[in-house]
Design a protein around this ligand. Sequence first.
Ligand SMILES: Nc1ncnc2c1ncn2[C@@H]1O[C@H](COP(=O)(O)OP(=O)(O)O)[C@@H](O)[C@H]1O
Ligand SMILES: [Mg+2]
Length: 304
Amino acid sequence: MDLTQGSHIVNADNSNTPVTPLLSIRDLSVNFGEGSHLSKAVIDLNMEVRPGEIVGLIGESGSGKTTSAHAILGILDGLPGVCSGEAEFNGHPLLPSMNKYVKISGNKIKKQNTAFQKKQFTMMHPLLGRKIAAIFQEPKSALNPYLSIKEHLLESISRSGKKIKSPESFGKDILSQVGIVDCNNVWNQYPHQLSGGMAQRVMIAMALSCSPKLIIADEPTTALDVTTQAKLLELLLKFQKEMDLSILIISHDIGVIREVANRVYVMYKGKIVEEGNIMQIINAPQAPYTQKLLQAFYNLAGEV
Ligand SMILES: Nc1ncnc2c1ncn2[C@@H]1O[C@H](COP(=O)(O)OP(=O)(O)O)[C@@H](O)[C@H]1O
Ligand SMILES: [Mg+2]
């Protein structure tokens, strides 16, 4: 069975009204390494997130989910890590045109990765931590061990460019909104003093502090126990409604995606093999890989 085979793409938008996407990604490809070491991590990915939508990106480990997110955020590591394709957020391009960064001399193609990444950084700078916020899998590694929670929050508030009269009380207020009861105490603590769940709440608070339009959450609950995971997903849902956020949530766990997403893209070996409304995909998966993924999930969960 060829699992890379795609189904026909199901249109999840039950209404036929065309909606301008907030985030659109077209023909994104990312390669690592060269020659015999070439690894095609993402292949011709097309995806969109519409305003107010929670979109899931699911696939097993190594399928290219994180690389896709890092490519559009401009935080790919590992050279060449070159990407091609287009990505747009609310009309702003997120990826420089690759053509300008490729030099052909004789039969050799030389990619100017550093220049490409620098250019992307300047393009992303006005958006990251302002209109787009990111939440990552390991909250404790994402936080700086030498900075207090206060310093983290004040930094993200200042980065947001919003004029806040009292950043301290604004910061503490966000901490309490994300469920940190003891926010006066936590305010002066350092990341190593927090549990994983608390650290992820801090990450969510930092993301929300800039009133973003889009949050990209890469395995935001994977490192946490099931109860904390459920609480944090609830929290994301609550803020999504209150702030009319769009969320791209990335997970290898269909249970997580099922909890929160309206629409889902299924990724396998760097390619999107199926896309559609979450319930349609769960009830009638078309692509062989999605069927296998669901079967594995049901077997694990003891559901039939
Ligand atoms: N910096 C890097 N250098 C080389 N290969 C990488 C790098 N980052 C990811 N990859 C490769 O790209 C593929 C996709 O990885 P990743 O995007 O992390 O998958 P996922 O997030 O779905 O688990 C994997 O084969 C991985 O080994
Ligand atoms: Mg990943």
